[in-house]
Write a new protein. Structure first.
Length: 166
């Protein structure tokens, strides 16, 4: 009788051991799933922020092509304003532009008729040693018309590049 009870007790311990192993596998699976879901959500948020930053840059009055009091042109960047951008950027960087763009890199690349690049904003997320300290980088590109009125009215073709860091 004593051996029969001892066998039943060993069976019960074996069943409990297997049950706890299955629970442990379930917990590990759940945490891995949550980790992957969180990473995907972060990537989605960075992509949404990249699109928001691109749209904010496209509609900045400091860069848009305009003529007097008329409506600004869609998807057009005035190169005269771009050339004057650095002075405005330095003056209002802390107060205004960091709140708009946060950690990102924004530049205009001319494709036709020349091949120039104008850096508008560059604030990469770095640690105290100056090494890059970001997990995700989401680049977006938007095709724009470039208007240059320096010598005569000349239109060009280029793109606006926005890289957002997280």
């Amino acid at each position: 009788m004593n051996r029969k009870a001892q066998m039943q007790m060993m069976e019960t311990i074996g069943v409990l051991f297997i049950f706890f192993i299955l629970v442990l596998f379930g917990i590990i699976f759940y945490f891995k799933y949550q980790q992957i879901a969180l990473q995907e959500k972060q990537e989605e948020l960075v992509a949404a922020r990249a699109m928001d930053t691109t749209l904010q840059t496209l509609f900045l009055p400091e860069l848009q092509c305009s003529r007097g009091d008329s409506e600004p042109y869609d998807n057009c960047v005035d190169l005269a304003k771009v050339r004057a951008w650095n002075e405005t950027m330095e003056r209002y960087y802390e107060d205004y532009y960091f709140n708009l763009f946060s950690y990102s890199r924004i530049y205009v690349q001319e494709v036709y008729p020349g091949n120039s690049t104008w850096m508008l904003y560059d604030n990469e997320k770095v640690d105290s040693d100056g090494n890059p300290n970001w997990e995700f980088k989401e680049p977006t590109f938007f095709v724009v018309t470039l208007r240059d009125e320096m010598n005569k009215l000349v239109y060009g073709f280029g793109y606006l590049s926005v890289e957002v860091y997280s």
